[in-house]
Write a protein of this length. Sequence first.
Lengths: 294, 419
Amino acid sequence: MGGESKYVGLWYVAPYVIGLVLFIAFPFLASFYLSFTDYDLLSSPEWVGTKNYEKLFTRDRTFDKSLKVTLIYVFTTVPLKLAFALFIAVVLNYRLKAINLFRTAYYVPSILGGSIAIAVLWRYIFADTGLVNMAITALGGEPINWFGDPENALFTITLLRCWQFGSAMVIFLAALQSVDKSLYEAAAIDGAGPWRIFRSITLPLITPVIFFNLIMQTVQAFQEFNGPYIITEGGPLKSTYLLPLYIYDEAFKSFDMGYASAIAWVLFAIIMVLTLIAFWSSKKWVYYAGDKRS
Amino acid sequence: MKKTVLTAALAASTIAGAAQAAELRMSWWGGNSRHEATQAALEVCGAKHGHVIKPEFTGWSGHYEKLTTQIAGGTEADIMQVNWPWLSIYSADGTGLADLNTLSDIIDLSSWDADQIEAGSMVGKLNGLPISTTGRLFVFNKSTYAKAGLEVPNTWDELVAAGPVFREKLGEDYYPFEAAKLDAALVMVIYGTQKTGKALIDPETNELAWTKEELTDAVSFYKTLVDNHVIIPWPDVAAAGNIKLHENPNWASGKIAGTYQWDSTYFKITGPLEEGQEVVYHGLLSQDGQKTPGIYRKASMVFSISENSPHKEAAAQIVNCLLNEEEGVAALGSTRGVPASKAAREQLLAADAIKAVQIEAQAKVISAEGPAIHPMMEFPTVRSALEDNLELFAYGEIDAETAADDMIYAINEALEDVK
């Protein structure tokens, strides 16, 4: 291999590596440094040691509230979204007429879902005189205070995220289609019903994909911003004030970049710990092809 | 059209000779009426002076964050509309923004009086030219009040008394006033200012001037307004999606018949009104034994030029055109309130381009008395200290005393940064 061709690969990866270093690695490490500083963006950062972290864990009630809300949001949204995506994927796995049309239609919310326009639309749909309450009252029910009641507001945001189930659904669908059909035939011959087949064959065989979706959706849920920012502005009573909103407010409203960085690192640590727990637990419930476990 | 303007601009620059054609950027926040007028003004001023100006405009929400980030990164526009209290953030020592005194051969500063120049200066450097002075006034829908058989109120007592009348005569969904979030907090502030005669934060000492009892009393007043059907309760405003007043169909139709707004928002809030709805800028409500009318007044905004701009002279030509020259002033109109520039004010008055209601409103703002406003009152930390705790009180989560306690704690913490 000549000298020229020896390094040609480096040229190919250079754009990605440069982008990674400049736009991900450097800001990532810089934010860690900034979390130990007092930095208002317009003047130089001033080293304050662990002061930001001390404040965060000892006397910041907003952080306590925001963390609690974020955890509730993640632990309700992720299971709901995964269950819903799996359910729709199972339905779309049947050989129905115009199945491709349905598959496309169910994916549409995921293309639109993260946009500001949909968040604004959501605000109108769930407003006190919005479409949802009109439907409820038409059916004889009492209108629900979706955004004004702290008990309901977070659920409204959760619904928006669950509605964007398309990407998880597509991955589930691909996994369902890769399950060996002969296993289903064998189980049917042995007298297993549809539920038993789903529980004992389908679910175990798609656990690697469930695991993948679980990790991805958890990380995404921890980063939710657009929905609560546009729809509820974190309210009422900070009931939808997720940590990314708090980070944004500290960084770009109070211009306390050091403190915002500290919150971001705590959020990162939480995601990291939960991911490690998920990986650790996966040994007990995720089955890969060629796995020797019985 | 654009081609014509560009050609005219190039021709003008060739003729002018001394003026170097520059490509500039200008940023501002506002509503649609301001966006349209400013773009038109930039076209005529650009054509006149041979520059091309790229407009960058947003709504109010998020503009502060965007502008600050741009300034921190040195990517701000050449000409910026800056909220007056932000000057102390961007240019505490006067060097963060261009000193317009150095461009006084281009900008005719004689259009502003000494107080106005002082308001736009930081440490003797003129960092922003006041566009207008603004203050919060009570605005009432005269038509709805007439429908309820009432005159628009002059006192808080009359306003409170209007609530039950509205409910009885017009229906549950008619309210004589509105206040939630920041508006509710500022209503609380003016009520307390009138009663105590003191600004919430003393600009001289940088300290909270109200006692806990005084703040508790002001917080409690919010409940009086809700209990008497004067304002829509906070949870119901949230239930509707926290719609802004000018986007709210209940304001447009007259079901919400009063508000407390900047006088410079005339076009924004009157634009959406349905036909037959007449609103009046009514000055300030009063209360028995008040110590001051308590006007909440400030230089509404300034035009600044970036210290990093390579085209400061060109930017100064455009600023002067927008604020002093016939073409720019005519195009801009009064979409930023009644102009602070004497030249612009006289031109618009002569051309009948300022509505009588705006002049009256401005006169009320200028003539009303009140203690000076501390710039921190405009900062997110102080505002959220007021809003967040008032919201907790409005939802019945805490009592007025606790709300006052928590406000005092949070405001004092915010003030630590400026001491």
